[in-house]
Write a protein that binds this ligand. Structure first.
Ligand code: IMP
Length: 177
């Protein structure tokens, strides 16, 4: 088990490179089977999912497309409060089978917002594929269809996930000590 320090915090290995790549192979096999002949559109959520999406997508062998989107939060008016906008979706998704690729589902609020936004464009279906989920933290009725790893409620970094924008380049997933 290795340890790293990122900014002011210490982390230790939680999920190794081999465990990640083996689990991605299993998940992608399931997706290849379930979505054969459906030409799914993978929508990877920036920034956190970029490494997971790149590895997952290289195991996808069926006709499919991938695109990268982002949820941007900004202060609206007093009545609207914080506004969450989906940016980067520049293609017609009506009638398409969408697979959202996310780094981690924590409370599930981000995914709920994302699914609500996408539904407005009338896709044929929307499912969620997450690298990590902290089931004990879930606050919404969102269903994560494909989860690589369920983890306890400890802050994690690496393999795309950050602590204050640092640590995304770590090859393993590390949890805070
Ligand atoms: P949710 O809306 O509460 O499900 O939060 C999802 C987002 O919070 C993820 O996309 C991450 O950007 C961030 N997040 C939640 N937990 C962690 C963590 O342990 N490490 C790094 N980012 C996290």
């Amino acid at each position: 088990m290795s340890k790293v320090r990122v900014l002011d915090k210490a982390f230790e290995t939680s999920i190794t490179k081999d465990e990640i790549s083996n689990r991605i192979k299993e998940l992608s096999k399931d997706i290849n089977t379930a979505y054969a002949d459906r030409n799914p559109l993978f929508l990877a959520i920036l920034n956190g999912a970029f490494i997971f999406a790149a590895d997952l997508y290289r195991e996808i062998t069926i006709p499919s497309e991938i695109s990268f989107v982002k949820m941007a939060s900004y202060e609206g008016t007093a009545s609207t409060g914080v506004v969450n906008e989906l940016i980067g979706l520049n293609q017609d998704i009506s009638g398409r089978h969408i697979i959202i690729v996310e780094d981690i589902v924590d409370t599930g609020l981000t995914m709920k917002m994302m699914v609500d936004r996408l539904m407005a464009f009338h896709p044929a279906s929307v499912s969620i594929c997450a690298l990590l989920q902290k089931p004990s933290k879930l606050q919404t009725d969102i269903k994560v269809d494909y989860v690589a790893f369920e983890i306890p409620d400890r802050f994690v970094i690496g393999y795309g996930l950050d602590y204050d924008q640092q640590g995304r380049n770590l090859k393993e997933i590390f949890s805070i000590i």
